[in-house]
Design a binder for this molecule. Structure first.
Ligand code: NAP
Length: 296
C-alpha cells in the first residue's frame, strides 16, 4: 500500500492461517510484528505474527495457550526470556548455555525453546563481510545480550573474546563459563583493557550507553588505543548511528549498526517456525524504515 507507514500494512488472515505470537511486557513498541509480517508476505506463507502483552504473573498460562491455541510458535522478549524456560518441554543446547530463550516452536504440542540473538548478531556481521574466524574481539557489557553474543562468537570460531564492563567482577563471572584460553573478563578502566583494544579486530557495545533518550552517552573507549582496522559494532538500534559509532566512523573505522542483529535473530526464528529460508534483506529493510519512521 503506497504511502502507508511500514507498521500498519494489513495481512490476510483466513481459517488456515498459522499464528506466531510475541510474548512480552510491554509489546506496544515492538518492531517484530511488522518485520515478520513483511517476511511472511514476501515468502507468500500463510502465517501471521501477533503481539501479546503478557504480565509476568500470566506467563505460565500464556505458554500453555501456545499449545491450546495451536500457535506455530512465539518470540519471547523482556522480561520473560529466562522465566519462560521452566514452562517448555525441551530447550536447545545453545539456549541452555546462554540461559535464556527468545524463540519457541510448537512441534505437535511439544514446545521447544531456542535463543537466536547471538547467531542473529553473527549474521549481521557476515552480511557486512566482517570475518569472525580467528578474530580477537572486545565485548563491552556483561548482561543478557553480551551472554548471547559471546556464545555465538565462540561458535563462529573467534580466537579470543575479552569481556569488559564497569564491573570487572560481572565481566569475569561471565567469562568464567568459558575456557580461559578463549575468554577473559575485566574492568574497562584497567590498563589491561587498553592493551586488549590495541590488539582487537572487532569491538562491540553490548551496553545501553548511547540509547535514546540518552544518546549523548557512550562507552569509555580511548580511540587512540584502538587498533586502526578494528570493526566497531553497536547492538543499539535507536538511534541507528550511536555516538559511539559516529565517532568510530569519523576515525575511519568500519561500523555495524544494531538493526542487523534484530533482523538476524528474526530471520533465524522465521526459519525455525516455517522451515523456509527467511528473506533477510526484506526484514532488515523493513526494520530500517520502521526505525527511521520512529526516531528520525
Ligand atoms: P542488560 O542485561 O541490562 O545488560 C546491560 C549491560 O550494560 C550490563 O553489563 C550493565 O552493567 C551495563 N550497563 C548498563 N547501564 C550502564 C551504564 N550506565 N554504564 C555502564 N554500564 C552499564 O541489557 P542487555 O539485554 O544485555 O542489552 C544491552 C544492550 O543491547 C541494550 O542497549 C539493548 O537494547 C541492546 N540489545 C540489542 C539487540 C538487537 O537485536 N540489536 C538485542 C538485545 C539487546 P551492570 O550489570 O553493572 O548494570
Amino acid at each position: 500500500m503506497a504511502g502507508s507507514p511500514t507498521g500498519v500494512i494489513p495481512v490476510n488472515v483466513s481459517g488456515t492461517t498459522r499464528v506466531v505470537g510475541l510474548l512480552g511486557w510491554p509489546v506496544e513498541h515492538s518492531m517484530s510484528p511488522a518485520m515478520h509480517n513483511a517476511a511472511f508476505r514476501e515468502t507468500m506463507l500463510d502465517y501471521t505474527y501477533v503481539p501479546f502483552a503478557v504480565k509476568p504473573d500470566d506467563l505460565q498460562q500464556a505458554v500453555a495457550a501456545i499449545r491450546a491455541l495451536n500457535l506455530a510458535g512465539a518470540n519471547v522478549t523482556i522480561p520473560h526470556k529466562v522465566a519462560v524456560m521452566q514452562y517448555l518441554d525441551d530447550i536447545d543446547e545453545g539456549a541452555r548455555r546462554i540461559g535464556a530463550v527468545n524463540t519457541i516452536v510448537n512441534v505437535q504440542g511439544r514446545l521447544i525453546g531456542y535463543n537466536t540473538d547471538g547467531m542473529g548478531f553473527i549474521r549481521s556481521l557476515t552480511e557486512q563481510a566482517v570475518v569472525i574466524t580467528d578474530a580477537k574481539v572486545v565485548l563491552l557489557g556483561a548482561g543478557g545480550a553480551a551472554r548471547a553474543v559471546v556464545d555465538a562468537l565462540l561458535s563462529a570460531k573467534a580466537e579470543f573474546v575479552t569481556i569488559a564492563a564497569r564491573s570487572g567482577v560481572k565481566a569475569s563471572d561471565l567469562a568464567s563459563h568459558y575456557v580461559k584460553s578463549s575468554v577473559s573478563g575485566m574492568d574497562w578502566c584497567s590498563e589491561e583493557f587498553n592493551q586488549k583494544l590495541a590488539d582487537c579486530n572487532i569491538i562491540i557495545n553490548a551496553t545501553p550507553l548511547g540509547m535514546a533518550p540518552h544518546s549523548e552517552e557512550m562507552p569509555p573507549v580511548i580511540w587512540s588505543s584502538l587498533a586502526p582496522n578494528a570493526v566497531v559494532c553497536d547492538l543499539i538500534y535507536n538511534p541507528l548511528t550511536t555516538r559511539f559509532l559516529q565517532q568510530a566512523k569519523e576515525r575511519g573505522h568500519k561500523i555495524v549498526t544494531g538493526e542487523g542483529m534484530l533482523a538476524g535473530q528474526g530471520a533465524l526464528a522465521f526459519q525455525i517456525w516455517t522451515n523456509v529460508p527467511a528473506p533477510y534483506e526484506v526484514m532488515a529493510k523493513n526494520l530500517l524504515q520502521q526505525i527511521r519512521d520512529m526516531f528520525e
